[in-house]
Design a protein around this ligand. Structure first.
Ligand SMILES: Nc1ncnc2c1ncn2[C@@H]1O[C@H](COP(=O)(O)OP(=O)(O)OP(=O)(O)O)[C@@H](O)[C@H]1O
Ligand SMILES: O=C(O)[C@@H](O)C(=O)CO
Length: 426
């Protein structure tokens, strides 16, 4: 048995976002955390997403981890490789989107890839190479204040050109709207001109369908999860993928309900506010965490008390940009982030041992920290809660049943996500 699609995601929520769209389009999908040793059972798997934590680490490390993931996926027979990064193109002038794409292209002996960050259902569109979030340009969307990778330029051709020595070009919407043949021809023309990375305009789902048809035979595609929703139909039309029913079926959920939020993105701040309008939560302050264990113990005591009452519990470090800047000014951005991530990881481990069986985590870096702390290696992907966020399950943590886990990207989900997620869980 071999898989059709092998994906490498630069963070954990991004990995589940892509896996979610693959499942919704009928691919049976497993997410693995890091590069596993050996070969998994592939009898009911069409796609595997390797979740790395390579978005904000040094570029050299992101490259070597991505190449290790590629080699493992090639060993499973993947017909196409998908490098998944954020729909808001999260990166800095040092990388990691450019360096990782270059390294994957070299390793695959390929000379061109496409960059398709758009995710129209969540408001991410690209026009003339400029990324929009809803009706705002990227640099005016809140992403300019991101704690780790502030995005201050919406022109992706320019952003990517700062990260690679390869030529960067554009497949613009006027060409795209002429259909997949015209798009394919433009890609070929750009390739013969030596253009290695092509930023692709995308206004809506129909553009994604056109793009998927134009790029399904390329060894490497890159982007957000939107393209992942359209590729399975192309695989099916090429006879690579069979029809399956219930690609996302999971076991019934058990255990207490907990939300851990380390995301400071606008959507998450709204979700925290919505939750606090209905019940209590515990606010973690990085400055207090830096003083010793008392603040952590207080969070734990709060969570245990609320779990005994049977209510969903929220513990959050999510704060507005001013508060984040204050914590970072005192502790440094890296230390503030690490402190919050390690405390949320510790809370997850302790409370799952206490009987939490349904866990929502908000934030990509935060999810990486929590999943690593819990020692999770494999997640089966289930049904969607909101666009980009599915429930998943793992048997890796023991306990009374599988742990149900939702890893929410910072800017995803409707305002009532933190309560509704538990209502839709089977
Ligand atoms: N109050 C705070 N002060 C400083 N840093 C914080 C604070 N709260 C959270 N952080 C850190 O900010 C970072 C948020 O990144 P994370 O990836 O988890 O969320 P996000 O960027 O909103 O999500 P995504 O990457 O899915 O869009 C984490 O490293 C987290 O530890
Ligand atoms: O593409 C997105 O927006 C998300 O999957 C993500 O990667 C945010 O961390």
């Amino acid at each position: 048995m071999s898989i059709v699609l092998g994906a490498i995601a630069d963070d954990f929520t991004g990995a589940t976002d892509l896996a979610n769209n693959l499942v919704r389009s009928g691919m049976r999908c497993v997410q693995v955390i890091g590069v596993p040793e050996g070969k998994p059972d592939l009898s009911d798997v069409d796609a595997i997403v390797v979740a790395l934590k390579s978005r904000s680490c040094p570029a050299g490390q992101a490259v070597s981890e991505s190449l290790a993931a590629l080699a493992w996926l090639q060993g499973l027979g993947a017909r196409q490789i998908f490098f998944k990064y954020c729909s808001t193109f999260d990166s800095t002038d040092r990388g990691n989107i450019g360096p990782v794409s270059d390294a994957l292209l070299d390793a695959l002996n390929a000379s061109q890839t496409v960059m398709v960050p758009a995710f129209p259902v969540n408001g991410r569109t690209v026009y003339q190479g400029h990324l929009f979030v809803g009706d705002r340009l990227l640099n005016d969307s809140g992403m300019q204040d991101h704690p780790l990778n502030p995005m201050k330029d919406a022109d992706l051709v320019r952003v990517l050109a700062r990260q690679t020595t390869g030529n960067v070009g554009l497949l613009s919407w006027p060409v795209l709207r002429q259909g997949s043949e015209a798009a394919g021809e433009r890609l070929k023309a750009l390739e013969s001109d030596g253009v290695r990375h092509v930023i692709c305009d995308t206004l809506d789902e129909s553009d994604l369908t056109t793009l998927a048809s134009a790029v399904a035979d390329k060894p490497l595609v890159t982007g957000g999860s939107g393209l992942g929703q359209e590729l399975p139909a192309e695989y099916r039309s090429r006879g690579w993928l069979a029809d399956v029913s219930e690609a996302g079926r999971l076991e019934p959920a058990v255990g207490g309900a907990l939300v851990l939020s380390g995301s400071c993105s606008r959507a998450t701040l709204g979700q925290v506010a919505d939750f606090l309008g209905k019940g209590e939560g515990f606010a973690l302050d990085p400055l207090k965490l830096a003083e010793g264990d008392d603040h952590l113990e207080a969070a734990l005591a709060f969570a245990r008390e609320r779990l005994r009452e049977g209510a969903p519990v929220l513990v959050y470090a999510s704060s507005d940009p001013d508060q984040v800047r204050q914590a970072q000014a005192t502790l440094g951005a890296e230390r503030a982030g690490e402190l919050v991530e390690s405390v949320l990881g510790h809370l997850a481990v302790t409370l799952v041992n206490d009987g939490v069986g349904r866990l929502v985590v908000a934030g990509g870096e935060t999810s990486g920290a929590v999943v690593s702390a819990l020692g999770i290696r494999t997640l089966r992907i289930g049904d969607q809660i909101d666009p980009g966020v599915p429930w998943t399950q793992t048997a890796d943590v023991g306990g009374a049943g599988p742990l149900s886990l939702a890893l929410k990207s910072g800017n995803f989900g409707r305002p009532d996500f933190f309560t509704r997620a538990f209502e839709v869980l089977p």
